[in-house]
Design a protein around this ligand. Sequence first.
Ligand code: ADP
Ligand code: NA
Length: 334
Amino acid sequence: SFTPRVFSGIQPSGNLHLGNYLGALKRFVDMQEAGGYETVYCMVDLHAITVWQDPADLRRSTRELCAGFIASGIDPEKSILINQSQVPEHAQLAWVFNCVARMGWMGRMTQWKDKTAGKNAEAASLGLFAYPSLMAADILIYHATHVPVGEDQKQHLELTRDIATKFNHDYGVDFFPITEPVIEGAATRVMSLRDGSKKMSKSDPSDASRINMTDDADAIAKKIRKAKTDPEPLPSEAAGLAERPEARNLVNIFAALNGQTVDQVLGDFGGRAFSEFKPALAELAVAHLAPISSEMSRLMDNQDEIDRILTRGAERAREITAPILKKTYEIVGM
Ligand code: ADP
Ligand code: NA
């Protein structure tokens, strides 16, 4: 049996947003505080370069993301906080997994299909295609048993389980755990403020589509005020949101920020217009994000502190990853 261990990561590709906060960071903190798990959290810079990143931007985004983790409540003493490229065993295990996983498995990933839809897939990087294999390595190099993620990552987690199963089967071992995804809460899929059918994303070209964690109070209020909605007042129970994706998204965000269920939020706001709900939501979002963004800017002015934390995190991580890689190589015959 395996030590209960949580692993999760976020790409340092700029524009850390409310979806990352509610779907990932806030839940990472909850799992850190829950006890009963070792927690490992990662800035996945090797994933970020599957699409072109300006080097100076990548360097800045990595530090900014580290600041975002800490400002959101990740304590580098309680959790292991790392940048992926500083722990070389991630990439080393990924190569082994590239030889375990099948081309067909990768080709079926909906994220791959979405990212190459309408484009020339032949021109995508090989890394973008192989991304889920590196993600499996990120998780399994820690023998992680639980991975908190948003719904967008569910299929990649299934692939991680397939890779662990095939490795164990091919080599006749019981070495890698079959990791459980942890997908729960009101905000596992925060949607774009401009289009209720798209998830809020770092890479959306429209800045108005997302609330960035570094947005100031005015920007947050303006984006929420302009968020796309329908003209109806809010329903009095969750079932009334079924066909109203934009309304449902704003209510989900409110519920997740306020630690309430959707029905509790509608108990307070049912029958009321968006002109009343939106300012309340903006106030709540600002109350949560303002202290985080000011701590982020304090940390960004102290880059040495960030760099020290990441160096120390990598040392702690390698106490786990180096023996697991060594054992993997032994199993494979190297
Ligand atoms: P992005 O898709 O914005 O580039 P990442 O791929 O780096 O973000 O995802 C980091 C984490 O944030 C993952 O756990 C992912 O599931 C979560 N996440 C990303 N976007 C959202 C969203 N819109 N709603 C909820 N969780 C999200
Ligand atoms: Na993503």
